[in-house]
Design a protein around this ligand. Structure first.
Ligand SMILES: Cc1ncc(COP(=O)(O)O)c(C=O)c1O
Length: 386
């Protein structure tokens, strides 16, 4: 076997540039191995809506681990039932079935399989700039060429239409369409918020043609956009909803939510060995309780509005646009964003990119107001003087 390099990470696919070496976290604070504190403005790409190591979730995981670490889905499980009941209680009545897995991409795979099987059709319509994951099905729905090309041929039957263009979407959805798959806010693609008429057109077109509509809320779910689930804002309800990231407060989980009627039309089988395991369900239950009780969505709405107001004044010399919803904000630069992120990191603020030119902010929803203000100050200064 080839020896690992003396320096640098041994992880496959790790970036070549140095990264902070994080050993501990609490709320929106992360500490490196030298004891330096950073303010987390990226929440590990939206996993940390409840903050780092949320105590209630940690306690629930510990208690469940002592009781029963693993149980296959061949058995009934009180903690799985309690979690699913709680999740469904927070969603519109039409939802009645949940497939549990371990990540966002798996949640999307399940949505694609359910849609193809339940409709007996194959075409999947997704959006340009969309991101849905990196396994072969979800990757086929993902837009960016550099993510797709090395792995082609991908799954056949996927087409991409411009985001926020109702006419193009309506034209693409026909009698062969199994699924329309969209993010309510495109996160990885640069923080683009769906217009209300766009999602309404998607709902109408799918109903008209007998296709299913899936909203991918892997990044926007669990309070991020100022509602517990982003679709609540648009007055439409999808047929499939994909969740992951913050659903279990940082513990790996994926969920594909659908209706009894669609589940009844599903032929074949779909399964995950670790899906619905007791630790993930205990963490999920504790996370949902916490998010609801602490009004995290309302907090996201309030702090997000504050952020938009502060960032709206950034100079047009180097900033093209500021956009977002709740605490999912994007500052699109007219140049590469990497040097700005590096300067913010030097000052103790960890923001993340969305593509090459967008500075993305999705802090833990529990971020203390003074940390959020300090982060906004730093961005205004760094970007404003850039
Ligand atoms: C909207 C969306 N869907 C799916 C995924 C894939 O999730 P995971 O990385 O857990 O597979 C992501 C990840 O960023 C996402 O933002």
């Amino acid at each position: 076997m080839t020896a690992a390099p003396a320096h640098g990470p041994r992880e496959f696919g790790a970036p070549s540039h140095p990264r902070p070496r994080i050993v501990r976290g609490a709320g929106a604070s992360l500490w490196d191995d030298a004891g330096r504190r950073y303010v987390d403005l990226g929440a590990s790409h939206g996993v940390g809506n409840l903050g780092a190591s949320p105590p209630e979730v940690v306690r629930a995981i510990g208690a469940q681990a002592r009781e029963l670490l693993y149980l296959g889905t061949g058995y009934e499980s009180p903690v799985r039932e309690a979690f699913l009941d709680r999740l469904l209680s927070l969603l519109p009545d039409r939802f009645g079935r949940v497939f549990l897995s371990n990540s966002g991409t798996e949640a999307v795979e399940a949505a694609i399989k359910i849609a193809r099987s339940a409709t007996g059709r194959t075409k999947v319509v997704a959006a340009m700039r969309g991101f849905h994951g990196r396994t072969m099905g979800a990757l086929s729905a993902t837009w960016r060429r550099e993510l797709r090309e090395p792995f082609e041929p991908l799954v056949p039957g996927f087409v991409h239409v411009p985001f926020n263009d109702p006419a193009a979407l309506e034209a693409a959805v026909d009698e062969s369409t199994a699924l329309v798959l969209l993010e309510p806010v495109q996160g990885e693609g640069g923080v683009h918020v769906a217009r209300p008429e766009y999602l309404r057109a998607a709902r109408t077109a799918t109903e008209r043609s007998g296709a299913l509509l899936a909203l991918d809320e892997v990044q926007t779910g669990i309070g991020r956009t100022g509602r517990l689930f982003a679709f609540e804002r648009w007055g439409i309800v999808p047929d499939l909803l994909t969740l992951a990231k913050s659903l279990a407060g940082g513990f790996p989980i994926g969920a594909t939510v659908t209706t009894e009627a669609i589940a009844a039309r599903f032929r074949g089988t779909h399964h995950s060995t670790f899906g619905g395991n007791p630790l993930a369900c205990a963490a999920g239950l504790a996370s949902l309780e916490y998010a609801v009780r602490e009004h995290l969505a309302e907090r996201a709405e309030r702090l997000g509005a504050r952020g938009m107001a502060r960032l709206a004044g950034l100079p047009t010399r180097n900033v093209r646009e500021v956009r977002g919803l709740g605490l999912l904000l994007g500052v699109e630069m007219k140049e590469k964003v990497a040097p700005y992120l590096a300067e913010l990191e030097r000052r103790g603020f960890l923001a993340i990119p969305a593509g090459a030119t967008v500075l993305r902010l999705l802090p833990p929803l529990v971020i203390p107001e003074e940390d959020w203000e300090a982060g906004l100050d730093a961005i205004v200064e760094v970007v404003g003087h850039g």
